[in-house]
Structure formats: structure tokens, C-alpha cells
Design a protein around this ligand. Structure first.
Ligand code: MG
Length: 272
């Protein structure tokens, strides 16, 4: 009887030791974890939960995301007017989901004005185009139209597939200001994409420059302008200069060369 009692006592003691050991192990683990947090800081301290970014539903095949303003959906030029007379609708030709420059009718621009934005635009040089240098498929995307004619900031559109010209006037250049990082032109007859991020310049009350314009351009998925700073409005002759302006329309160029006219489709913009 005494023996049994001793045996039970020994078992109880063993269990008690094991429990104590487990408690010690757990306490040590908690202590190490707390010490580690104390050493590294609380990860929650650097988490930001609000305000949440707005929800935007992306669309397939470069179509407009849910918060975009569609500037051309393939059906009409209702969002565009003539630059010569902004009370008149744009005179270019709409056909088969695209529109084509109608040479001699002049530049066209958006009805609305914009400041900072993300823009998607597709363009196509006609197959079998003739001409060379600046005289082959020349158009342009004026990122802000600050007056009539070619006034503003021109992002060049040109057929530079096996066609040499001055490099600060080739496809994807900020005309006569910034040479593109690459030539990513497709063959005439193929649709090409421009994806632009534009930060408009800001001006002080007295008209002097507060901050210059910047552009990022991706052409057919290739980076051509990487947050490039503009020196001013683009000019055919002379150095670029800034002149105070506010929100402005976006303009497309009817260039005076004799080559076959180029086409556009699927244009949308997201204001930033
Ligand atoms: Mg041009």
C-alpha cells in the first residue's frame, strides 16, 4: 500500500514538473516575441487604412475604365470641335469605328478642357503611305491647346517606321524639345497606342512659372518619355517658352504635308 502511494506521488510530481516546464517554455516564447516586437516596433504603427482609393473597374482591350471620359467611342465626333471656329463641329471623317484627318479642314480639339490627366489614344498610318521625313503621316497630339493653329505642347505623331528625320521631331518626341527614349513604331497599316500621363504647368498670379509641365509616354507598350520636364510650349521656330494658361482642350493636328491622312480610334481620358 505504501509502495502504491509512493508510486502515485512520483507520477504526480512528474506531471507537475512537465506542466511547469511547458509553462516556462510558453512564457519564454511570449517574452521573446514581445522583446522582438519591442525591438522592431509595432507593424500596425505604419499601416494606413483610410482614405481608401476609389474603386475603378478596368475594361478589356484598352477600352475605357469605369471613371474615364470617352472622347471617341467609334461612332461620332461629338466631343470634338474645329479649332478655327470652336462653335463648329469637327470636320474630320468618321468611318468603321475610326476617324480620319480631312486634310485642309484644320486642327480639331476637345470640347472640354483638362488639367492633369491619363490619356489613351490609338492611331494608324495608312498602308502604302508616301512621303519622307516630316512629310509622312505627320499629325500631333497637343497635350494642352493654348490657342489657335499649332499653339500648345505637341507630342509628335509621325510615321517613323524606316523613315528618318531629326530625332527631336520623331514619333514620341516633345516637338523640338525632348527626343524619345526609343523608336517603337509599327508598320503602316497597323494600329498603334499612345498612353500618356500629363501634368500641366502651374503659373503664379504675375504670370511667371510656378512648376513646369511633365509627360510620361508609353508607345505600343514601350516607354518613350519618362516624366520628362517641358521647357515651355513647342515651337516650329525658336526656343520653347511658357505663357500663363489654365485648363485647356486637347488638340489633334491636321498637318499641311501631302501624305495620305492618318486615322484615330478608341480615345479616353481620366482626370487626375
Ligand atoms: Mg506634328
Amino acid at each position: 500500500m505504501i509502495c502504491i502511494r509512493h508510486k502515485n506521488y512520483a507520477n504526480l510530481k512528474t506531471i507537475s514538473y512537465m506542466k511547469s516546464f511547458k509553462m516556462l517554455t510558453l512564457s519564454t516564447a511570449i517574452f521573446i516575441s514581445l522583446q522582438s516586437i519591442a525591438q522592431q516596433g509595432d507593424p500596425k504603427a505604419t499601416e494606413v487604412w483610410s482614405p481608401e482609393p476609389k474603386l475603378v473597374t478596368p475594361a478589356k482591350d484598352n477600352k475605357a475604365p469605369s471613371d474615364a471620359i470617352v472622347l471617341f467611342d467609334g461612332s461620332n465626333l461629338d466631343e470634338w470641335v474645329s479649332v478655327k471656329d470652336s462653335s463648329l463641329p469637327a470636320q474630320w471623317t468618321v468611318s468603321k469605328g475610326a476617324f480620319t484627318v480631312k486634310k485642309g479642314t484644320g486642327n480639331i480639339q476637345t470640347r472640354k478642357s483638362f488639367t492633369d490627366y491619363q490619356l489613351h489614344l490609338e492611331w494608324k498610318i495608312p498602308e502604302g503611305i508616301h512621303g519622307e521625313g516630316q512629310g509622312r503621316g505627320n499629325s500631333g497630339l497637343f497635350l494642352a491647346s493654348t490657342g489657335g493653329g499649332d499653339t500648345g505642347y505637341e507630342l509628335q505623331i509621325l510615321d517613323c517606321y524606316n523613315n528618318k528625320t531629326y530625332v527631336n521631331g520623331q514619333t514620341g518626341s516633345i516637338y523640338k524639345q525632348a527626343t524619345p527614349l526609343a523608336n517603337a513604331c509599327k508598320k503602316p497599316g497597323e494600329w498603334q497606342t499612345y498612353d500618356v500621363i500629363w501634368t500641366a504647368p502651374r503659373f503664379k498670379e504675375d504670370g511667371s512659372l510656378q512648376s513646369p509641365a511633365h509627360i510620361t509616354l508609353i508607345h505600343n507598350g514601350v516607354l518613350l518619355q519618362n516624366n520628362t520636364e517641358l521647357k515651355g510650349a513647342t515651337l516650329y521656330i525658336g526656343k520653347p517658352v511658357y505663357k500663363k494658361h489654365g485648363a485647356a482642350p486637347i488638340k489633334l493636328q491636321d498637318h499641311g504635308d501631302k501624305s495620305e491622312p492618318i486615322s484615330f480610334r478608341n480615345i479616353w481620358i481620366r482626370e487626375l
